[in-house]
Design a protein. Structure first.
Length: 319
């Protein structure tokens, strides 16, 4: 006869196994379908920015190479992102990409960061180092480098300081400011909250104060994404946007159930993976409980829990 302790453990295990997908989803996520981060953790804006850039330029991803945190030397000196054109003749027909040359240096400031004149010169230095540290002389021509600085809010003081130094700052497109007059490298400052093109919606919601229409637009865009990389980039953007704006998403979830469902679908592969991990952890714990409380062997515990023979080896390896 099985003891009451064993029957309880087995019942809990089988109950977990029998949960439908929706209930497992709710168990591992909050009611909006988005995991709530540990409040002690710092929001990782930069990986989400990389995802947002790749999403904004997804029509050209076969023509571009994206390098996050490109190392400039063996020492810990790196720029936020480098984008290299595979074909020099490719024209990037987006507001943020028309300035692009063969080699494109990107700097990102999250909503909590400032952007000042020293940051501006630091990125220029990165671009110059990138050119000068190439393996061969002039392998990276100076006229084939562009510089882009991204920030959620307009850096008013930096623009004022640039103008005092003789630079010209002009708004070429909504939210896209070209800086010229002194530098030979094409340079732009992107104020993501001011962008108005459809390609940039993923960048616009990387904010601590996103607009409702942008959140709805992003949800609509995710419905049409079928490429695995595109979906992963959208997921990276979403996770950070939600972490920074949970109250906003909770309200949007209440008012727009369809948006919530679209975001659930976007995250479903990741959710399924988390569900599988949680199930494995629970199963392993139950096996260990039976081995400890009832002195069963691992094989006896797995047989008692009706674990399929095809799955038993993975649990044995973790015991």
């Amino acid at each position: 006869m099985f003891t009451e302790s064993f029957l309880k453990i087995r019942a809990q295990y089988l109950e977990f196994q029998g949960l439908d997908r929706y209930n497992q989803f709710e168990r591992l996520c909050n009611d909006g379908g988005v995991r709530v981060p540990d409040k002690t953790q710092t929001i990782q804006w930069h990986p989400a920015f990389v995802g947002g850039i790749e999403l904004a330029l997804r029509r050209y991803k076969t023509e571009l190479t994206f390098e996050s945190e490109h190392n400039l030397s063996k020492k810990p000196l790196q720029m936020d992102m480098l984008i290299i054109k595979k074909n020099l003749d490719t024209v990037i027909d987006t507001n943020i990409g028309r300035i692009f040359k063969a080699h494109n240096v990107l700097e990102y400031k999250n909503p909590k960061d400032g952007l000042n004149i020293d940051d501006f010169y630091k990125v220029i230095a990165y671009a110059c180092l990138y050119k000068s540290l190439a393996p061969r002389v002039n392998e990276v021509p100076g006229n084939e480098i562009s510089i882009s600085l991204f920030r959620d809010r307009r850096p008013v003081k930096m623009f004022r300081d640039l103008k005092k130094l003789g630079f010209e700052v002009s708004e070429e497109y909504k939210g896209v400011y070209y800086v010229s007059g002194i530098l030979t490298m094409p340079t732009q400052v992107i104020v993501t909250s001011e962008l108005d093109d459809a390609d940039s919606v993923g960048l616009r919601i990387l904010s601590d104060n996103p607009k409702e229409e942008d959140l709805l637009a992003f949800a609509e865009i995710t419905k049409a994404l079928t490429d695995k990389d595109d979906r992963e980039n959208a997921d990276a953007v979403l996770q950070v946007s939600v972490s920074a704006n949970k109250a906003v998403y909770d309200e949007m979830k209440r008012r727009y159930p369809d948006m919530c469902e679209a975001l659930r679908e976007l995250m479903r592969p990741e959710i399924d993976e988390e569900i599988e991990k949680e199930k494995d952890k629970t199963t392993l714990k139950n096996i260990q409980n039976l081995m400890t409380t009832l002195k069963m062997t691992a094989q006896q515990a797995m047989d008692a829990l009706l674990i399929p023979a095809t799955d038993q080896s993975k649990y044995l390896a973790k015991l």
